[in-house]
Design a protein around this ligand. Structure first.
Ligand code: CUA
Length: 296
């Protein structure tokens, strides 16, 4: 199969070409009539008028109907192709919209905000939401689809080339709707398999002060770090948080310094988000940021 955007692109070109031909035809006739019957030519009398010309009336009713019928059939074909008709998915990934971040689940392995997919592989995303209506949209890889609480929608994704593709929540879902960025990382099958295998087991960290700060504060109520006692599910799974490119679904690039700034005052960067400001000493903040930065 080809990326859904290609099917939309082809259809747009065909409809655009038809519209262009009609435009050129109508404008040519108009310009000709203006030139032919301009006042300075002194054409005798009024130009001919038509009434009850059955042939003409049938022609100008049938022509647009035919054009619309052709566009309709082409559109049905494009819609079926975009939905992946006839091409079985080779991978299913669950995607859940949350205020205001994304959860992706590969079997039992959960990640957030960054969706990794293999190239050349038809993928079905199973979309749902746990709170309000969100809308998943990565224009280069697939159509736009709502994420509705209590129901699952299916969205076909397909990437031809490796790279990073940006997307965005496309349904207003509250104050931080604009900071619900999606980053899709399309990789070769080998790179993807390697990434997925690394996501499964816990990160190889040595524990230390940062882990102690993490486990002894309210962080654990909302976040999971596999391999520790932290098993909260309200916030993003942080097992491999350092491997992701951004913090807070796009608000900050992900490095230790920014992570520290985010931890010190999340509401400064993402007002309204459910991540509270946890009062911590400077030393604890340093240790916590370093710990999260080690979760690769
Ligand atoms: Cu989620 Cu807008």
């Amino acid at each position: 199969m080809r990326p859904p955007a290609d099917a939309i692109g082809t259809l747009s070109l065909i409809v655009g070409a038809i519209a262009l031909l009609i435009f050129i035809g109508v404008e040519s006739a108009l310009v000709y009539a203006i030139w032919r019957y301009r006042a300075s030519r002194n054409v005798a009398g009024e130009p001919a008028t038509f009434e009850n010309n059955r042939r003409l009336e049938i022609a100008w009713t049938a022509a647009p109907a035919l054009i619309l019928a052709v566009v309709f059939v082409l559109t049905l074909g494009a819609m079926a192709e975009i939905n992946g008709a006839g091409v079985a998915p080779t991978m299913r990934i669950a995607a859940t919209g949350r205020q205001w971040w994304w959860e992706f689940s590969y079997g039992g392995t959960k990640t957030a905000n960054e969706l990794h997919i293999p190239i050349g592989t038809p993928i079905d995303l199973e979309l749902t939401s746990v709170d309000v209506i969100h809308s998943f949209w990565v224009p280069e890889l697939g159509p736009k689809m709502d994420m509705l609480p209590g129901t699952t929608n299916r969205l076909r994704l397909f990437a031809r080339r490796a790279g990073s593709y940006d997307g965005q929540c496309a349904e207003f879902c509250g104050v931080e709707h604009a900071w619900m960025r999606i980053r899709v990382v399309a990789q070769s099958r080998a790179e993807f398999d390697q990434w997925l295998a690394a996501q499964g087991p816990p990160a190889a960290t040595q524990g230390g002060d940062g882990e102690r700060v993490f486990l002894s504060n309210i962080c654990v109520n909302c976040h999971t770090v596999r391999g520790t006692s932290a098993a909260g599910t309200a916030g993003p799974d942080l097992t491999h948080v350092a491997a992701r490119a951004t913090i807070g679904a796009g608000v900050l690039p992900n490095d230790v310094a920014r992570m520290r700034a985010w931890l010190a005052d999340p509401q400064r960067y993402k007002p309204g988000s459910l991540m509270p400001r946890v009062p911590l000493s400077d030393a604890d903040l340093d240790a916590l940021a370093a710990y999260l930065g080690s979760l690769r």
